[in-house]
Design a binder for this molecule. Structure first.
Ligand SMILES: C[S@@+](CC[C@H](N)C(=O)[O-])C[C@H]1O[C@@H](n2cnc3c(N)ncnc32)[C@H](O)[C@@H]1O
Length: 239
């Protein structure tokens, strides 16, 4: 996720039928997400944002991040029949894209029960998008058996005030040898938190291989000069 002005700010008293925010309620956006710090603040923010995350922020911002992450992940995926974990799955936008691209089994993990409830309601071709949804704080570890997943994928969770590189270690543990990773990381956050050094160190110690990255826009009309409107999608293979 990146900071950017809302394209269509909610006017006072807006009563458009598709908006679920009560008239006059200030809409939540990236500026609110960046103001949080740590798991408790995230829980609180997303509890109040879940119901309007898609009808407000996603509808108004031109968000394309989920599509880019799913596309980059699937480009190098050898076997789409094996389970994939969507990290910080939120309301399930990445899961829907993965399902449309032919990934057969997607689980989601997120700290917010309210965001997970939205994801639970998502279906593609009449089938639930997610096989399993796990409520967990990724700064505290991942209570999933080793080598469960053939892929780990993420959009929007590695950003200011959310997750840093230290949360990736647990994800590597639950990914089996040969698993593909495609983790989207806010470009400004990537530099500030030293993600490049973290990934290079894991490659040097043989934990991952085939490390690469692609720069993709978070919004359809992202400003080329604003690193908060771009994501580095880091790709790798777990060894
Ligand atoms: C900007 S949303 C992205 C959601 C979705 N992936 C998308 O692209 O729309 C960030 C998500 O990260 C989750 N999150 C934040 N901190 C977390 C933590 N410590 N552990 C697990 N999930 C967390 C939030 O609950 C939220 O659903």
């Amino acid at each position: 996720m990146g900071s950017r002005p809302r394209k269509h700010p909610t006017p006072p008293g807006d009563e458009s039928p598709e908006r679920t925010t009560p008239p006059g309620t200030p809409a939540l956006g990236p500026q609110d997400a960046y103001a949080v710090d740590g798991p408790e603040a995230n829980r609180k923010l997303y509890a109040s944002w879940a119901a309007t995350y898609e009808s407000g922020f996603i509808a108004d911002s031109g968000y394309v991040y989920h599509r880019h992450v799913a596309e980059v992940f699937c480009d190098g995926l050898a076997d789409a029949t094996r389970p994939v974990l969507d990290v910080g799955c939120g309301t399930g936008l990445v899961g829907v894209e993965l399902a449309r691209l032919g990934v057969a089994v997607v689980d989601g993990i997120d700290i917010s029960a309210e965001m997970l409830a939205q994801a639970r309601a998502k279906h593609v071709d009449g089938r639930p998008t997610y096989r399993r949804l796990i409520e967990a704080d990724l700064t505290a570890g991942v209570e999933v058996a080793d080598r469960t997943y053939a892929g780990i994928v993420s959009a929007g969770a590695f950003t200011h005030g959310h997750l840093g590189p230290e949360s990736i270690a647990g994800l590597l543990r639950v990914a089996g040898p040969g698993a593909r990773g495609a983790l989207g990381i806010n470009s400004a956050h990537f530099g500030e938190r030293g993600f490049d050094r973290w990934f290079e160190a894991r490659q040097a110690e043989g934990r991952i291989s085939e490390l690469g990255q692609e720069m993709r826009p978070i919004y359809g009309d992202a400003d080329p000069g604003d690193p908060d409107q771009w994501a580095r999608i880091v790709v790798f293979t777990v060894t």
